[in-house]
Design a binder for this molecule. Structure first.
Ligand code: F3S
Length: 395
């Protein structure tokens, strides 16, 4: 693999421990994937922030890098395990919170922004068409590649951090034109909306594995639906990129886009996903939206659907602090909280120590949220539309 003089110097340790470790990780990756050289990146997104997933070993690794390391490109952070301001009020355990603060401190020392969100593209880190980036967090990766047309491989936390410190990543995979073409075409029923797109993503993720799908038959889809679709595709499959005919940027640039394999999805198959992701006999302890983190539009929609009615059970909206601040300025957060809805920041329903809060069942409009709540956190789940969630919350 060709390395520039600066890259060679990093590898030899001339730029310090963190740069050397980072370059070692990147060179090892480059060799595995046969990359010819490195490419400079515009930004990085780092997952592996919750102490729940990092543990003491992960914390020590980041602290060691932070002794002399500093990121070279704008770098944002995925959600951590607590709301940094309201963890006591919400009942998060003190010992967990203390460790979590240490993790954040180490990341800040590295020069990383404390965004703590899986939707960095809604919080100031929004790459442009063709930008090379190194992002971890599957739902953010697929959104960046597909909806924004940026270029990232499916990085893990350590490789994204290494790329941020070195300011570059090996040139292979989705950084190259030839690996971004669709491999499977999926014709969808016309009637989808809202959480229907999450169910579609869950279904196609299973069908396609890690093949890049091209959707046909989508007339209109909102940013929020794209977010739910992508998160589900990346959850049940290993999909890092999708195209939608006439809608996503690379499909728009290539009107003749097509793929060798073809499938047609029917309404009945979508209904099967609803059944699979619903434990129908459960009365949920917690209702949430915001997996991936909610946009300001979702906060407003939730408020409008409430029509002034207070919620009668625990109802949380997960979002970034960036979006919450916007919601505060617009008066949306105050209205939601006056009706009993908590607008939670910095964390997520999966990486927070949710069982320690006594929660045993949830309801959500996110297929990813439902799947991981059941399979990672051992909860009973309901999967339903945002309209149905609001009606359940006020009942
Ligand atoms: Fe985001 Fe957590 Fe869901 S990181 S996509 S809210 S599992």
């Amino acid at each position: 693999m060709y390395l520039t003089r600066e890259e060679e110097a990093m590898l030899k340790g001339e730029y310090g421990y963190a740069a050397q470790k980072s370059m070692e990780i990147l060179v090892a990756l480059g060799k595995i994937y046969d990359a010819e050289r490195m490419i400079e990146i515009k930004s990085a997104q780092i997952s592996g922030v919750s102490y729940k997933s990092l543990g003491d070993e992960g914390l020590e690794f980041i602290e060691k890098l932070a002794e002399d390391g500093r990121v070279r490109v704008p770098t944002t952070l995925n959600p951590c395990g607590i709301d940094l301001e309201r963890w006591r009020e919400l009942g998060f355990p003190e010992d967990f919170a203390k460790k979590q603060f240490k993790v954040i401190e180490a990341y800040l020392k590295l020069g990383i922004m404390r965004t703590l969100t899986c939707t960095p593209y809604l919080a100031g880190n929004r790459p442009r068409l063709g930008d090379h980036i190194a992002w971890s967090e599957s739902s953010a990766i697929i959104y960046a590649n597909s909806v924004l047309g940026a270029r990232t491989n499916r990085e893990g936390g350590p490789s994204a951090l290494a790329a941020a410190i070195a300011g570059r990543t090996p040139l292979y995979g989705l950084h190259l034109d030839e690996n971004r073409s669709p491999q499977i075409e999926v014709k969808i029923p016309r009637s989808l909306n809202g959480y229907g797109y999450a169910a579609l993503g869950f279904l196609v993720g299973r069908l396609a594995g890690d093949k890049i799908p091209l959707f046909r038959g989508v007339k209109l889809i909102s940013d929020e639906e794209l977010k739910l679709l992508g998160a589900a595709l990346a959850c049940s499959g290993g999909i890092p990129l999708f195209h939608i005919e006439g809608i996503t940027p690379e499909a728009k640039l290539n009107p003749k886009i097509n793929a060798p394999e073809r499938y047609e999805i029917g309404v009945d198959e979508i209904k099967e996903v609803y059944d699979e992701l619903n434990d129908y006999d459960v009365d949920p302890d917690l209702i949430f939206i915001g997996c991936p983190h909610s946009s300001i539009r979702e906060l407003i929609i939730f408020l409008e659907l409430l029509r002034g009615r207070a919620v009668k059970r625990r109802t949380w909206i997960f979002t970034s602090r960036f979006t919450r601040t916007l919601g505060e300025k617009l008066g949306v957060v105050e209205k939601l909280e006056n009706l009993g809805v908590k607008v939670i920041c910095d964390t997520c329903p999966i990486v927070a120590p949710i069982r320690k809060l006594g929660i045993r069942s949830i309801a959500t409009n996110s297929a990813k949220g439902a799947w991981f709540s059941r399979n990672l956190n051992g909860l009973k789940v309901r999967f339903m539309s945002i309209e149905m969630l609001v009606e359940l919350a006020v009942k």
